[in-house]
Design a protein around this ligand. Sequence first.
Ligand code: NAD
Ligand code: UDX
Length: 464
Amino acid sequence: MKIKNICCIGAGYVGGPTMAVIAQKCPEIKVTVVDINEKRIAAWNDDDVNNIPIYEPGLSEIVGEARGRNLFFSTNVDEAIDQADMIFISVNTPTKTYGIGKGMAADLKFIELCARQIARVSKNDKIVVEKSTLPVRTAEALKNILDNTGNGVNYQILSNPEFLAEGTAVQDLLNPDRVLIGGDIASEKGKEAVQALVDVYATWIPQKNILTTNVWSSELSKLTANAFLAQRVSSINAMSQLCEVTGADVDEVARAVGKDSRIGPKFLQSSVGFGGSCFQKDILNLVYISKSFGLNEVADYWEQVIIMNNHQKRRFAGKIVKTLYNTVAGKRIAILGWAFKKDTNDTRESAAIYVTDYLLNEQADIVVYDPKVRKEQIYADLEYLGTHSLEEIKERVTIVSSALDASKDAHAVAVLTEWDEFKKLDWETVYKGMLKPAFLFDGRRILESKTKVGIGFEFYAIGS
Ligand code: NAD
Ligand code: UDX
């Protein structure tokens, strides 16, 4: 079976880039990305491709090439579902904020809405692909809804989790370590559906990198991969605190440990804590699933990764307060970087939000600079926590358009995102513009300590 028409529900950080790359690599397939968010779709369709709603290096070029040819963005969800032979579900699956599983379980309401809409609209057989990250066995619920509320057409459900990381999404999609496809491989129809998706990816990805499994293994592998990655960050961050009290240096420890080929060098960069829309959400989900099966030891084991991460964010903010003579009330503190990592405009769960909130509790005056994040987003992120009113936030938090403006007259500067431009910043000028003693806190370990101390800064880097 050859796929000719793909619909993707959800034009977000995953749906947008993933479909853009499929469209670029498979010009014979019509790819339509749909979303209920009209503003988002309008931005994807903006005449100027630089205004697409997601910043990812290399993405606007790909969208520019494929859009209008075989890549389309639309709010007409029904029409796209009707025309497609394969439907990707790429909607958000955030942590539940209400009811049973509040603060832990994945909220599957958007997934269920998609399933009901697909069932209502479809008039011919469809392959439905779970692209969103989902709790293991969600495909079962999807199949139930589709089969019981549909028009008697046949559905094959595949799980095809996405492993791209933000900031490197395009490269990750062009050159993935692996593509994972789970399906009902015990049945002929299931095998056919798996093969149809394998054929799409095989256009540009070597067959040996396309893994096929049963659906449950695929769903669970995604949660497992994120848990393992986050666990490495929490492990090195735990060590960072031990380094600080023993005189060891966390980069040296990471290098020594990472040279062991069994451990490997990646994901050992100590930081102010991991952020992003996935790690925390997916681990909480894993913890919830484990508990719901009565596996309390398994749940506790993974929960510790989150506990450590929260500790890291809090202790970094606490270090700023303690170093500034135990009070930051009325002091100007510059926050450099708001995104959860460099090369993205995504701020979900960014450490900067929590560190700033903590400093606001201490009545600090905050000045933020980030090269890609919009002002309204920063205010919305702080307001969402619910600890301070928007009025208070606007009074205490100023957003400026350069790192030099942020640091002018500041008591302290804290680097929270590892943007390359912060490495190249004219730190002498920053120093001159600050109040003295000038405190510099490096939450990403991107600044060389000796040089900064040489300039005159009171310098602290997490992990040494
Ligand atoms: P996102 O919030 O950026 O995008 C989701 C989009 O779905 C939104 O634009 C929303 O309006 C739309 N949507 C929700 N319900 C809809 C409906 N019923 N009909 C049409 N559109 C609807 O989310 P994201 O970051 O792209 O993540 C999507 C999924 O992919 C999540 O499950 C996430 O865990 C997973 N994932 C994310 C990443 C990442 O780096 N962001 C990586 C791998 C996997
Ligand atoms: C992650 C997974 O890497 C990706 O495979 C999955 O599909 C989605 O979740 P993402 O959250 O976009 O991707 O970025 P990632 O590079 O994993 O970074 C997550 C957070 O961990 C960031 O805040 C980053 O700064 C932090 N991090 C990462 C560290 O602090 N140290 C490291 O060594 C690596």
